[in-house]
Write a protein that binds this ligand. Structure first.
Ligand code: APR
Ligand code: PHB
Length: 393
């Protein structure tokens, strides 16, 4: 079967769905192709921190109703080391900016509901998506859905298919530079069916390694503990996770971490990658398909949303005025923000984690840096600006 659309989008994660939503608001037709089932993408547990700009975009574009009701607005976070907690007050330090804790899969659910209600062509369980003719003015996507082979002719293709997607491979290797770094550790993450033990996020740097206390709702706690690169989930039975969390989050004044039934458990590896440029011909990469960051700075989801906001604006300009100028600067515009987020995520990661090669001097240096971040207003403000995403570079 042959079909046609203006923008063919691969991937129904936050990037692909938000792009389709923004394009529809500008009167631009798109088709979204997702390999997984709707149920799978709506249940996949991922990040959970939305910057102010992401929250604003959801409200401005009519998909913020449940976010307003269920999102948890946080006006600060805690840094914990040497048995003491230190609060960084985002709102005071940035002139009012906050973050909102709302699971990525909730964003995905809201966007899917909005797209389907608007009659969008959003296909799940699509197999064998392949990308063709991106150097021409009629790029195509081929795929199989419900046993039928389809060729979709597009004006543009958006590769929003995440870190393991196929769109990046459609670009000749010699046209791209890939910057990559792996960190020698990961995070064991759990979702526990219990009320959070603190009102805000706690980033803990301990001699035994990093730990993070986060949440999803008043009855769901999200917790992470740093693990070795060679670990598997079998190395982390529930008892060991709780034991390490208690040790790493402990304070001298007796912080009590409440345990609860673990309803989800997995390991996420820490790495950075950026593909430059984020465009080739009529193929545009967005979100994790183009770049990933270590989770310490909570930037992945927000970068994905920021990319597609720029891309939707540039496509709108192209359809309105036939001017290619905005599309031509898509990659450079996004990469400025991407590298700022890369640096912030690297900075947070190295400040808070235990590296295998660290010596005693390195730990002293980390503590010195942490003390500076929580005592100097300038340093705390710089962290707050980056974390809430208000800094423009
Ligand atoms: N064909 C169709 N769909 C695909 C293919 C393919 N070949 N490959 C991947 N996909 C789908 C995945 O199943 C997924 O639903 O593309 C989607 C990509 O979504 P995400 O991985 O969520 O990426 P993105 O939308 O860029 O959002 C970035 O996700 O990993 C987190 O921390 C990251 O929060 C950030 C966010
Ligand atoms: C989360 O709640 O999943 C979370 C919070 C902060 C991070 C990373 C993940 O830095």
């Amino acid at each position: 079967m042959k079909s046609r659309t203006q923008v063919g989008i691969i991937g129904a994660g936050p990037a692909g769905l938000m792009l389709s939503h923004l394009l529809a608001r500008a009167g631009i037709d798109s088709v979204v192709l997702e390999r997984r089932s709707r149920d799978y993408v709506e249940k996949r547990v991922r990040a959970g921190v939305l910057e102010q700009g992401t929250v604003n975009l959801m409200h401005e574009t009519g998909v913020g109703e449940r976010l307003a009701r269920e999102g948890l607005v946080h006006r600060g976070v805690e840094f914990r080391f040497e048995g003491m907690g230190h609060r960084i007050a985002f709102d005071e330090l940035t002139g009012g900016s906050t973050i909102t804790v709302y699971g990525q899969q909730e964003v995905v659910k809201d966007l899917i509901a909005a797209r389907l209600a608007a009659g969008a062509r959003l296909h799940f369980e699509v197999e064998d998506v392949s990308v063709h003719d991106v150097g021409s003015s009629t790029p195509r996507l081929r795929y199989t859905v419900n046993g039928e082979s389809v060729e979709l002719e597009c004006d543009f293709i958006a590769g929003c298919d995440g870190f393991h997607g196929v769109s990046r491979e459609a670009i000749p290797a010699e046209q791209l530079v890939r910057y990559e770094r792996e960190y020698p550790f990961g995070w064991v993450g759990i979702l526990a069916s219990v009320a959070p033990s603190a009102e805000e996020l706690i980033y803990a740097s301990h001699d035994r390694g990093f730990a993070l206390h986060s949440m999803r709702s008043p009855t769901l706690t999200r917790l992470y503990v740093q693990c070795d690169r060679s670990d598997t989930i079998e190395d982390w039975p529930d008892d060991r996770i709780w034991e390490e969390l208690h040790l790493r989050l402990a304070t001298d004044d007796g912080f009590a971490l409440t345990e609860g039934p673990i309803v989800e458990k997995g390991i996420a590896w820490m790495h950075s990658a950026v593909t430059e440029p984020m465009q080739y011909g009529r193929l545009f990469l967005a979100g994790d398909a183009a770049h990933i960051v270590p989770a310490t700075g909570a930037k992945g989801l927000n970068l994905a949303v920021a990319d597609v906001r720029v891309l939707a604006g540039a496509l709108d300009t192209w359809y309105r005025s036939a001017s290619p100028v905005a599309l031509a600067s898509y990659s450079d515009t996004c990469l400025r923000r991407v590298w700022r987020a890369q640096h912030f995520s690297y900075w947070m990661t190295t400040m808070l984690h235990k590296f295998p090669a660290d010596d005693a001097v390195q730990r002293k240096l980390q503590i010195a840096q942490l003390r500076w971040v929580v005592s100097s207003r300038a340093a705390a403000a710089s962290l707050a600006e980056n974390y809430t995403g208000v800094v423009e570079v």
